[in-house]
Design a protein. Structure first.
Length: 240
């Protein structure tokens, strides 16, 4: 035989179908029974006969194994379960948790801007974590923080629902929101046809995070200065 001439090579594409019953045409297969127990290695014809005796199908579940692995099962039920698993997997990939940060003392414009952003993420099937951080003496008025977070949950109720009540951990109050079913979502702060693509939102989120880190450093410095002033006042009053 002569050498194969150079040229385009054939590449095996990934199969998007499942071999079953008479479509399994290899010399031998490893067979798993309907009860999940291993039966053994045999010819496909013999395995198919066993499957038909139980009014079931012979389905290839691992084509790359040597020999290929096949199971005796109800093909219709198997296909439904595989489709369900794929949907759950795709959903878990696409669904992410996005964070929107608030302050106790936030003006109306900034507050509505943050609600608008939270709503955009919710409309893209993302969960949203609302976080409020106390600064300095604001911890003395925790009720104001809870009021602010609960108000945000109320204002977003047309697109989301809280997984649980807001919780205080350290200097932060947080609550996780899950989007309502698509048919029930009615955005208040965005026009439906003007909601940005998710990639655009995520790019903006990265920029905001960088700005937020710089702001956080500045806030920490202010808090430290306020704490030093408070300690100095306490020392002065003690001396008096």
């Amino acid at each position: 035989m002569g050498r194969r001439p150079f040229g385009k090579r054939r590449f095996h594409r990934k199969r998007n179908f499942i071999r079953k019953n008479e479509g399994i045409r290899v010399p031998e297969i490893r067979v798993i029974g309907a009860d999940g127990k291993m039966i053994g290695v045999m010819a496909p014809a013999k395995a198919l006969k066993i499957a038909k005796e139980h009014f079931l199908d012979l389905v290839e579940v691992s084509a790359s194994a040597r020999p290929p692995v096949c199971r005796i099962l109800d093909f219709g039920k198997y296909k439904y379960e595989q489709s369900k698993l794929k949907k759950n997997k795709d959903k878990s990939k696409s669904s992410k948790v996005k964070e929107v940060k608030f302050r106790v003392r936030i003006d109306v414009h900034d507050y509505e801007t943050k609600l608008k952003r939270a709503e955009q993420f919710l409309m893209h099937e993302n969960k949203v974590k609302i976080t409020l951080m106390f600064r300095g003496r604001e911890m003395e008025h925790k009720d104001l923080g809870f009021d602010r977070v609960n108000q945000a949950v109320e204002d977003l109720k047309a697109t989301a629902t809280a997984d649980s009540p807001p919780r205080l951990v350290g200097r932060h109050i947080s609550v996780l929101l899950s989007p309502l079913p698509k048919s029930r979502r009615k955005p208040r702060y965005n026009l439906p046809d003007e909601i940005p693509e998710l990639e655009e939102l995520e790019d903006e989120e990265e920029d905001l995070e960088e700005e937020g880190d710089e702001e956080e450093l500045g806030n920490e410095a202010e808090d430290e200065e306020a704490n030093r002033d408070e300690e100095a006042e306490q020392v002065s009053s003690t001396q008096d």
